[in-house]
Design a protein around this ligand. Structure first.
Ligand code: ATP
Ligand code: MG
Length: 259
């Protein structure tokens, strides 16, 4: 098993992280670090604690124990918006966008809240062109130039995923947490979404939760397997697929196809 401790080149370092919901320990003593430019996939069965761990890193749930560092900064007790400002972006397992608004409006709002917080009455009018520019730039990045003026409800699931990814990319985060970016999308959209992920991971560090093992195999530099709130294993994809423990865990499901 690869070392799980903090590396000097880590852009994100999570040490001995635990999360409890009442008496239930959803994440138990998890240490994961992410190197610059690395894509690390977090896999494991339903209920393993993957989303809870992402929530802990992004600041949506409190830690019962442990420390989290982003670069040189200790962000363990830093609120969500300040983590985002420090370079941490995330997307959600369940699509989390304003579906009555257009693609451009969603992206512009994200740019605006990033620049000014939720206080639009105080924003200087002169800042608008920059927000608009950033929104359009990100739309192009995630392949939504043709859909800019469409309400999000009119988009396919894959395109809605692209909007969500775009929202996470607005502040140009150096670390991106992606919770099942392919969840719910149709078969025909897997390949384009996969290509999009390959694009956005360039120049960033990515922690990717994903159940689609083909995608994980193609995109991840390393894989962490979580079970019952704990890390079972961390290794390169080929070693993970060959692990007897992992194969037992996924017996009969898609990981068994990777030999
Ligand atoms: N807010 C909460 N209150 C109580 N229990 C919770 C809460 N959030 C998650 N849990 C529990 O914590 C455990 C881990 O849940 P989590 O959503 O992190 O799993 P997951 O690995 O993301 O699963 P999936 O692959 O299904 O998305 C589960 O048993 C879940 O029921
Ligand atoms: Mg989850």
């Amino acid at each position: 098993m690869a070392a799980l401790g903090s590396r000097s080149s880590s852009v994100l370092s999570c040490q001995n992280v635990s999360v409890r919901f009442g008496a239930f320990q959803a994440v138990n003593n998890v240490s994961i670090d992410l190197a610059a430019g690395q894509t690390l996939a977090l896999i494991g069965p339903n209920g393993a604690g993957k989303t809870t761990f992402i929530n802990a890193v992004s600041g949506r749930v409190s830690l019962a124990a442990g420390r989290i560092r982003l670069g040189d900064a200790d962000i363990t007790n830093v609120p969500v918006h300040r983590r985002a400002a420090a370079g941490l972006g995330r997307s959600f397992q369940i699509i989390n966008i304003f579906d009555q608004m257009t693609v451009l409006e969603n992206l512009r709002l994200a740019a605006q809240s990033r620049a000014f917080g939720w206080q639009p009455c105080w924003r200087p009018v002169s800042a608008w062109p920059a927000l608009e520019r950033r929104a359009r730039e990100v739309a192009a990045m995630v392949g939504l130039e043709a859909e800019l003026d469409l309400p999000v409800t009119m988009l396919s699931h894959g395109k809605q995923r692209a909007v969500e990814l775009g929202l996470a990319l607005i502040p140009d985060p150096k670390v991106l947490l992606l919770d099942e970016p392919l969840a719910g999308i149709g078969h025909s959209e897997i390949e384009p979404t996969m290509e999009l992920l390959q694009q956005v991971r360039k120049g960033r560090s990515v922690l990717l939760v994903e159940h689609n093992m083909d995608v994980v195999d193609r995109i991840a530099d390393e894989i962490v397997v979580m079970v019952g709130g704990e890390v079972l294993l961390r290794d390169r994809p080929s070693a993970i697929w060959n692990s007897a423990e992992v194969r037992r865990l996924y017996l009969g499901s898609e990981v068994a196809g990777h030999a």
